[in-house]
Design a protein around this ligand. Structure first.
Ligand code: FES
Ligand code: FES
Length: 164
């Protein structure tokens, strides 16, 4: 059996599932998620690190998957928008808050906004609307749904602080 010598072994977890692949070392985490694992919730906007549409978590910290070589997350835990729902399949509180606050129009930026928003809340950068805007500033929304996005993060952060 022949093996393409230019590929290398890759192991990580994605949304709690073990992933074992052979990869071209040039493949981005974004392309592996979308093209190899069919996790198309993570969006490709600019593919250059400018828009945030591809935001995912690696060991709980947000990264732009388009600029992250897949091999860089070897052995680490990746979470995508497909992995944030509750165990009962219910929406994550921030997903529900996006619905409550009309925080989307076309929805293309939304998975990245939610992944950034979850991290922003976990990091504690939600004291004011200005702070929320600052820490979500890497996520562009061409539809201009920013007011709803900030409101959704504010709502979820408040509920989290109050133990909801
Ligand atoms: Fe990754 Fe735009 S697609 S930042
Ligand atoms: Fe359309 Fe944000 S909802 S780009």
């Amino acid at each position: 059996m022949s093996t393409n010598d230019s590929t290398v072994k890759f192991v990580c977890t994605v949304n709690g599932e073990d992933v074992r692949l052979r990869l071209d070392p040039r493949e981005s985490l974004l392309d592996v998620l979308r093209e190899r694992l069919a996790l198309t919730g993570t969006k490709k906007g600019c593919d250059q690190g400018h828009c945030g549409a591809c935001t995912v978590h690696v060991d709980g910290r947000r990264v732009v998957a388009c600029l992250t070589p897949a091999l860089q997350v070897t052995g680490r835990a990746v979470t995508t928008i497909e992995g944030v729902a509750g165990e009962d399949g219910g929406l994550h509180p921030l997903q529900q808050a996006f619905v409550d606050n009309d925080a989307l129009q076309c929805g293309y930026c939304t998975p990245g906004q939610i992944m950034s928003g979850i991290a922003c809340i976990a990091e504690g950068h939600t004291a004011t609307d200005d702070e929320i805007r600052e820490y979500l500033s890497g996520n562009i929304c061409r539809c201009g749904a920013y007011a709803g996005i900030v409101a959704a993060v504010r709502q979820t952060a408040g509920a989290t602080r109050n133990g909801a």
